[in-house]
Design a binder for this molecule. Sequence first.
Ligand SMILES: [Zn+2]
Length: 180
Amino acid sequence: MNRVIIASLLAFFTVYPQEAKRFNPNTARKVTFIIDPNYNGVAAASNGIIRYSPLWMLRNPNDIDVVTHEAFHIVQAYEGGAGPGWLTEGITDYVRYKYGVANAAGNWSLPDLKPEHSYTNSYRITGRFLAWLENNVNAKIVDSLDAALRSKAYTPETWVKLTGKTVDELWQDYTKNPKL
Ligand SMILES: [Zn+2]
C-alpha cells in the first residue's frame, strides 16, 4: 500500500497546482490526507481533508487519479446547494480526464455515449458531455460553470447565457454527434 500512497502524493503535487491555477487560485494551501480504515467509501474530500479507504487502495493499486478527483473537490469549494450534485461530480471527472496522471493505467476513461445516458448521470457521463461542449460549443464552458458555482451564481439559465441553449437542448445536440 505504501507504493499507492507515495504515487498518490506525487500525483497530488503534480495535479493540484494545475487545478488551482486554472480554476481557483485561492484554493486551500493546506491539504490533509487521512488513510482511514473505518471509512467505507473510495475516497472523499471536504474542508481541506482527503480521506482514503486503505482497502480500496489495496484492491485498486493503479487507480492513482482518485486523488486528482478528490483534490478538485477542494479546489471547487462550492457551498452546499450551489448547484446540482451531478454537475459538481461531472466537472470533477472532466478534470480527472484532463489532468489525470495515470488514467489509462488505472483503466479509467470516459465511456462512450449510450442511448440510456443522461447528463444527470453525473461523474464520467456528465464529464464526457462537458468535454464535448468544450470542444464543440464553448471552449470556456467548464471554467464558466465552475466560476458560477463557486460564486453561487449558477442557475439553469447559466447554460443559456453561455451557449444560447438549455442544457436539454445541448444534450440533444450531443447525442446526434457525440464524437469528442
Ligand atoms: Zn466526487
